[in-house]
Design a protein around this ligand. Sequence first.
Ligand code: PGA
Length: 232
Amino acid sequence: MTIAANFKACMTRGETRSYFDALHTFLRANPTKSDVLVFTPASCFDRFGEGATLGAQNAFPVSNGAYTGETALDQLNEFSIQTILIGHSERRQILHESQEQVATKFDFFAKQGFKIVYCIGEPLAVKQQGVDAVLSYLEKEFVGIDTGYENMVIAYEPIWAIGTGLTPSNEEIETILATIKQKYGHDVLYGGSVKAGNSKEILALESCDGVLVGSAALEVEDFSTMILNSNN
Ligand code: PGA
């Protein structure tokens, strides 16, 4: 199982330090076989010691260079970060990252051997057209991606479910996760309004290999509950 927290542009450096302290205290008391990943803002990168894995929410696909405002490989290497989110819908939609740019990032960080949590997900208008439309939309989000890359996990996050409190039915989640998992042979996570309260049933779905959690992961107690729920 993979239990991942995506802080997005929330949390300060100080808050992140306290979060990791609390999380590591929890993990020492409650050892887990699950992979616990925490994607913080780049300004919060640090060395937090044994326990959860620190990941990057995004990075520019170069070692370093004249890319104002970006974070690149050298800055990740400084903190031994080897895990990255690529293709998150907020980057695709709000930052207008094209499939081509997403694929370039994927290629660069795959060549560096990073663990890539590759995000896909459909907007509401597509969801309303039914499961076949959803699957063919998701298919397009794999254009240019080397799906044979071993060190990848796929996160299915319907855009309409992110930050809205809405989720697909468990049956719908299972259908999509099972199809993607069978097709690409990677672990599949669900994301979109996962909370401590619904995490148990989602994690119990046959094809679900974990969750990617935004707002509900900002409280370390809630995130810890989700880790506990992944242990069954
Ligand atoms: P959410 O976000 O849990 O706040 O819906 C999930 C995500 O965007 O990764």
